[in-house]
Design a protein around this ligand. Structure first.
Ligand code: G6P
Ligand code: ZN
Length: 582
């Protein structure tokens, strides 16, 4: 057995190691500075209770982006030196964010061990490569991201750090080979367990979904399928699940070989960046003559998803509402009913209508997955989603891109179960249109203004807040802009009191709520890296089923007009158009 010793390395703090909502994200070149990663990792160990480090089992893996392999070796050597008993590493350091959550919650090591946390190496949907982004975040024993109390402590430690511990003489472990390697240190044995995380993840998915019925759907010659992993880590799971387990053709996978630089692309599953899929689904400029019936994409670490039908885009807000409306019949995990449903505030109210109709507990939380985690831990929420292409359930404590695809395939399988030999299958578009017919439609769009001067963005938001003191003035102004929108009946800055721990989150976005159920929401992004990003969420509710089939841009035009003029967008930002194409 190889022996290792512990070295104390002197270091000095780096500025700006404050973890954001999803951990610390910086350029690779920043992370490559001597001691930079080490300082953050030691600050994390020092922020955790001693028993979650000494003798503990910790997962280390991520989306496989550039610098991950170096980071895994560094973190492993530091874990050994800090008295960690076992490090669990995904083969080739690959593990999707939802799979990490599943591994923490479900995996039992050969010696009966369970993990108490994880370093996830990802910058999610940000590009990767030597000149792009790297990221690291810590998840806790429930499988969810560290709460603010812990990330604050990590940050505070990074500002005072003077030394870190590392086992410099621990040899690099070959993470391409599955197996356990045991070393011996001053505090006893230390194991590095390299394993294939798809096994644990698939096991979990099989307890949730009826794979046999999805298999039958995929076997139907009338059902065609396409999945784009944008060269992120989802590709590994997609190959195992869609092709090997469910029998989809290999040709239905696009960009499913994980790459350190995501093939030079931007691994974000939306209509702008998932270009190849969008074209294949008949929604792009170079449209395919015979698009597949179903298409989906994931981001770099596979927690986000985009769902498409043939020449048809499903908004993430509709997607979560439709999954919630159909879950009990279509997905075995939910067959005994839903504990509750939740959405983030800027997500459209499509889910609210489903909750009301089905008499479900409903929660509106601020933007950010952590708010759902508390509800789920307390058994109050089964399904949740965000407009930012995140959908998930209480099977783990992260959003889950592959889960969302399996949920949609389950709904399609259920709707077509007596129809697989028929002339025409019930399609994604049919399901969405039927949903609108039953519940009404929330026409929805988001305008993003990226890299705006931070002062100007603040002033714009402050002006929107100050106008809220007189709704009659607001309504007078709106009527001058457009006479064909309904009156604002309430306006506020969204504030959330967590029903589980009582914590209050203030200033979570500015809302204008209209009498007909429409909404305008203005929010500053919490994830932008340069200047400020203003997001405008525009939502028009249409209850009348004869009017739910309109062109979305037409239906939203009056409210868009009101949003831009009411906020004086051009005046404050100098921008005549949003950054994202409409
Ligand atoms: C991350 C979080 C999501 C959140 C999103 C908001 O992706 O994981 O839960 O919805 O950020 O981003 P924004 O830029 O709008 O603050
Ligand atoms: Zn992500």
């Amino acid at each position: 057995m190889v022996l290792f010793s512990v070295t104390k390395k002197a270091t000095t703090p780096f500025d700006g190691q404050k973890p954001g909502t999803s951990g610390l994200r910086k350029k690779v070149t920043v992370f490559q500075q001597p001691h930079y990663l080490q300082n953050f990792v030691q600050s994390t160990f020092n922020a955790l209770p001693a028993d979650k480090v000494k003798g503990a089992t910790i997962v280390v893996s991520g989306d496989g982006r550039y610098f991950s392999k170096d980071a895994v070796q560094i973190i492993t050597k530091m874990a050994a030196a800090n008295g960690v008993r076992r490090v669990w590493v995904g083969q080739n350091s690959l593990m999707s964010t939802p799979a990490v959550s599943a591994v923490i919650r479900e995996r039992i090591g050969a010696d009966g061990s369970k993990a108490t946390g994880a370093f996830i190496l990802t910058a999610s949907h940000n590009p990767g490569g030597p000149t792009e982004d790297f990221g690291i975040k810590y998840n806790m024993e429930n499988g969810g991201p560290a709460p603010e109390s812990v990330t604050d402590k990590i940050f505070s430690n990074t500002t005072t750090i003077t030394e870190y511990l590392i086992a410099e003489d621990l040899p690099d472990v070959d993470i391409s080979v599955v197996g356990v390697t045991t070393f011996s240190g001053p505090e006893g044995p230390f194991d590095v367990d390299v394993f294939d995380s798809t096994i644990d993840y698939i096991k979990l998915m099989k307890t949730i979904f009826d794979f046999e019925s999805i298999k039958k759907l995929l076997a139907s010659p009338k059902f065609t399928f396409c999945y784009d992993a944008l060269h992120g880590v989802a590709g590994t799971y997609a190959t195992r699940i869609f092709v090997e387990e469910l029998g989809a053709a290999e040709s239905s996978l696009l960009n499913c070989v994980p790459k350190e630089d995501f093939g030079g692309g931007h691994p974000d599953p939306n209509l702008t960046y998932a270009k190849e899929l969008v074209d294949r689904m008949g929604l792009g400029k170079s449209s395919n003559a015979e698009p597949p019936e179903f298409g989906a994409a994931a981001d770099g670490d596979a927690d986000r998803n985009m769902i498409l039908g043939k020449r048809f885009f499903v908004t993430p807000s509709d997607s979560v509402a439709i999954i919630a409306a159909n879950a009990v019949q279509s997905i075995p995990y939910f067959s005994s009913g839903l504990k509750g449903v939740a959405r983030s505030m800027p997500t459209s109210a499509a889910l609210d209508v489903v909750a009301k109709n089905l008499n479900l507990k409903f929660f509106e939380v601020p933007t950010g997955w952590k708010f759902f985690g508390n509800l789920m831990d307390a058994g109050m929420c089964s399904i949740c989603g965000e407009e930012s292409f995140g959908t998930g359930s209480d099977h783990i404590r992260e959003k889950d891109g592959i889960w969302a695809v399996l949920a949609w395939l389950s709904i399609l399988a259920f709707k077509n179960k007596d129809n697989l030999g028929g002339d025409k299958l019930v399609t994604v578009e049919d399901i969405v249109r039927q949903h609108w017919g039953t519940y009404g439609r929330h026409y929805y769009t988001r305008y993003d203004y990226e890299n705006v001067d931070a002062g100007a963005a603040k002033e714009l938001m402050a002006n929107l807040v100050s106008m809220q003191s007189s709704l009659s003035d607001v309504n007078k102004l709106i009527k001058e802009i457009r006479s064909d929108v309904s009156d604002v009946v309430a306006a506020d800055e969204f504030e959330y009191k967590d029903p589980v721990d009582g914590s209050v989150s203030k200033h979570q976005g500015v809302r204008y709520l209209f009498g007909d159920g429409s909404r305008l929401v203005f929010r500053l992004s919490g994830t932008g890296s340069v200047g400020a990003t203003i997001r405008v969420y525009i939502e028009q509710y249409e209850k009348d089923s004869s009017k739910t089939g309109r062109d979305s841009q037409d239906a939203l035009a009056p409210l868009v007009d009101v949003a831009l003029k009411l906020s004086k967008m051009q005046e404050y930002t100098g921008r005549s158009a949003p950054t994202n194409p409409q």
